[in-house]
Design a protein around this ligand. Sequence first.
Ligand SMILES: NC(=O)c1ccc[n+]([C@@H]2O[C@H](COP(=O)([O-])OP(=O)(O)OC[C@H]3O[C@@H](n4cnc5c(N)ncnc54)[C@H](OP(=O)(O)O)[C@@H]3O)[C@@H](O)[C@H]2O)c1
Length: 287
Amino acid sequence: MRTIVITGASRGLGLASTTYLYHQGWRVVAAMRSVESGLEKIRKATGAKADDPRLVGVKLDLTDPSSIVSAAAEIENRVGAPDVIVHNAGLAAAGSAEETPMDVWQQLFATNLFGPVALTKALLPGMRAKGRGRIVAISSQGGIRGMPGISTYSASKGALERWAESLAQEIAPFGLGVTIMVTGTFNTEILTEQTPDYGDHHGPYAKVYDGIHTTGRAFVDKAAAPPAKFARALAAAIEDDAPIRRRTVGPDAVGLYYMARLLPGNLVHKIIQMAMKIPGKDALRVR
Ligand SMILES: NC(=O)c1ccc[n+]([C@@H]2O[C@H](COP(=O)([O-])OP(=O)(O)OC[C@H]3O[C@@H](n4cnc5c(N)ncnc54)[C@H](OP(=O)(O)O)[C@@H]3O)[C@@H](O)[C@H]2O)c1
């Protein structure tokens, strides 16, 4: 029986993935901030009984270093070294770089980067000793290219990707590998008012936000895919064998990935500006 740890299993892509992989026969360690309510949701979705050994709930708050240490110890005690860790839990925030408060920058980096790094550090000795295993980092289009209006999120996902690439080089000799999943738009609460907006919509960036919000909302309404589709893609990704593999999930992620790789940076900037209806160069300049 193979064991997978999924962080942020309480809802969204994590809940869909936990449910799908449980049905695929995996023993799933569902790591969540609220274990009781999370497990209840997962049991409802999977039909798992309270004493099912293939569903293990572990408390984890990625912004709390002591919670990470306890979670790693509990995982090792209950299931041993996992075969796969999926760094799925994540947090987003909207607002320009200038208007997003520094404590929000810190919270996003704690959740999206430092937490995953610390959890991996705690579980790696066991995984190295086992001689096989995979770390999956859930990134985003914002991790390929810094996107306007979500610079905190983009910067944290970009950093997560660079960390995952370094890690892959270091752990491949021990039989371990890394997959980066560049995720497109999926229908979860991260795309709703659940994500706080720190932008002042009547301030200097109002026209920048207008374009981003109107085009973004229209795109989400049209293109957001069901989380079950992501879960199926994840099930394929955890079977990767190469030391490092980057996968794109969803047509928008594929499109941006190739655009950012193939076109010059200033052209990508222009395309994003036009697609998001952001005022052009000098349009808001104070003369
Ligand atoms: N949906 C998309 O379109 C999309 C696109 C690109 C990338 N992604 C990435 O996919 C991943 C899953 O996102 P989602 O769409 O499923 O978002 P979501 O529905 O908002 O779920 C986020 C999950 O992260 C957990 N979480 C947040 N802060 C945490 C913390 N401090 N400690 C532990 N868990 C924490 C949440 O737990 P609580 O229930 O306790 O809040 C929740 O389970 C994220 O990494 C996100 O960046 C999503």
